[in-house]
Design a protein around this ligand. Structure first.
Ligand code: HSE
Length: 453
């Protein structure tokens, strides 16, 4: 007779053992930690139903105990010693939401060494120390889950690792830093200058403690490193990523891109090529009509091109207290379900594939193959053809040439859109162009991403 598989599993003794409450110790009770506490309390019954058991916050480590008590009341044990939480026998899973890469690494490794699962939203920690942390977790058979580390409210890690598990992923591209997207949107829509826009992003709590991580593209590169590892089963290669932020971006290029029908976005791109993987964060031109160009303010979006599902796109808040809590608690639900299950049945830490894609190398900058935008200051408006001819001589395919609309204080500018060309070849052509008599100042180049299937 057919028996419901859930019902038939119930009597198994290991199942009985795993059914008890999942006890959570949390390190840090700042923006993310307090959001996690609130959402866990507010949605307690639904979360327990989805996890198959209740999830209880039993212990919190905080720098300011008085402030922490004001948040969690007296229902949770408080300590100023994070290592106490990481190693305590009453804790099944450690949630690390303190941030940073120094002490956080020690806490996470200690928790793993004590056989505890770890949930973290710390992208910098994983991008830099992930190889060591995931190796330790594999050794111990525990889970390290990190949905909250990338584009918080978007379940993109789950999408790559589970929803798209049938696919060969070809590329992943996304707006994965809310601060810079907020700044670019404010500069374009309200004509705000860079510093004022950054100040607003900081006041709204989007920016990292060190905002240079946001504006220099480092935060996006941390997240891209995790996305690429999931998408391609490659090791974490943060150190090899090409990272460019938005600090050198000029308002004139935002306007010239608009004139050509594009918007400038800080994009993280991981693309599989025959010889390796492109792993790069940089401001790029995206067609203004493309969905990605409509992602504004602090919102994030990730697009994935895979062989069976085709193009898919995911949109949501990239930062925020309860938005990050949503991801952290989803990870806790996974841990609640998988705790006690044989480690081989765990969802892989980084979607590391059994076959040898680990050999995937990061392509050098010179080998990246995209279309480009060029802005060339010239002495006179009639020099437009000379610029196009100069590029064609160097075998750069020229798709469009135009004169930039006049703007006060800016001399004549020739705008060029190229077809796809290797960065190395483009660099040589731009170098040669720069030496021409017609060229009146430094040539600006930006990549153009079509984001098509
Ligand atoms: N500083 C990050 C951002 C926070 O702006 O996206 C979320 O990771």
């Amino acid at each position: 007779m057919y028996r419901d598989p859930v019902e038939s599993l119930e009597p198994l003794h290991h199942r009985q053992a795993a059914i008890r409450t999942l006890r959570v110790g949390m390190i840090g009770i700042g923006t993310v930690g307090s959001g996690t506490f609130r959402v866990l309390a507010r949605n307690r019954a639904d979360i327990a139903a989805r996890a198959g058991r209740s999830i209880e916050l039993v212990m919190v480590a905080a720098r300011n105990l008085e402030r922490a008590a004001g948040i969690v009341g007296d229902s949770v044990a408080l300590t100023a010693d994070a290592m106490h939480v990481a190693t305590h026998p009453d804790v099944d899973v450690v949630v690390e939401v303190a941030g940073g890469t120094g002490p956080a690494r020690d806490w996470v490794l200690a928790a793993i060494a004590h056989g505890k699962h770890v949930v973290t939203a710390n992208k910098a920690l994983l991008a830099v120390h992930g190889a060591e942390i995931f190796a330790a977790a594999r050794e111990k058979g525990v889970i390290v889950a990190y949905e909250g580390a990338v584009a918080v409210s978007i379940p993109i890690i789950k999408a790559l690792r589970e929803g798209l598990a049938a696919n060969r992923i070809e590329w992943v591209a996304g707006i994965i830093n809310g601060t810079t997207n907020f700044i670019l949107s404010k500069m374009r829509d309200e004509g705000l200058d860079f510093a004022a826009a950054l100040e607003q992003a900081q006041a709204l709590g989007y920016a990292e403690a060190d905002p240079s991580f946001d504006i220099e593209g480092v935060d996006a590169a941390h997240k891209l490193t995790l996305l690429a590892a999931n998408a391609f089963g490659m090791p974490l290669r943060f150190a090899d990523a090409q990272v460019e932020g938005i600090t050198a971006l000029q308002g004139v290029d935002v306007a010239c891109a608009e004139q050509l029908g594009y918007r400038i976005k800080l994009l993280g791109v991981a693309r599989r090529q025959a010889a390796g993987v492109e792993l790069r964060v940089q401001p790029v031109l995206v067609p203004a009509a493309h969905l990605m160009a409509q992602v504004n303010g602090s919102m994030n979006a990730v697009m994935v091109k895979s062989d069976a599902a085709g193009l898919t796109m995911y949109y949501g808040a990239g930062a925020g207290s309860e938005q990050t809590a949503s991801a952290v608690i989803a990870d806790l639900v996974d841990v609640a379900r998988l705790d006690g299950v044989h480690a081989a049945q765990h969802v892989p830490h980084l979607g590391v594939h059994a076959h040898a894609t680990n050999a995937l190398a990061v392509l050098p900058r010179a080998a990246v193959h995209t279309s480009h935008y060029l802005r060339v200051p010239v002495h006179a408006l009639d020099q437009i053809q000379a610029i196009a001819a100069g590029l064609a001589e160097r075998k750069v395919p020229v798709r469009q040439v135009a004169l930039a609309a006049e703007r006060p204080g800016v001399g004549p500018q020739v705008l060029v859109l190229t077809g796809p060309v290797e960065q190395g070849a483009l660099d040589l052509a731009v170098h040669a162009l720069q030496a021409r008599a017609e060229v009146a100042g430094p040539v600006t180049t930006l990549r153009v991403e079509s984001l098509e299937g």
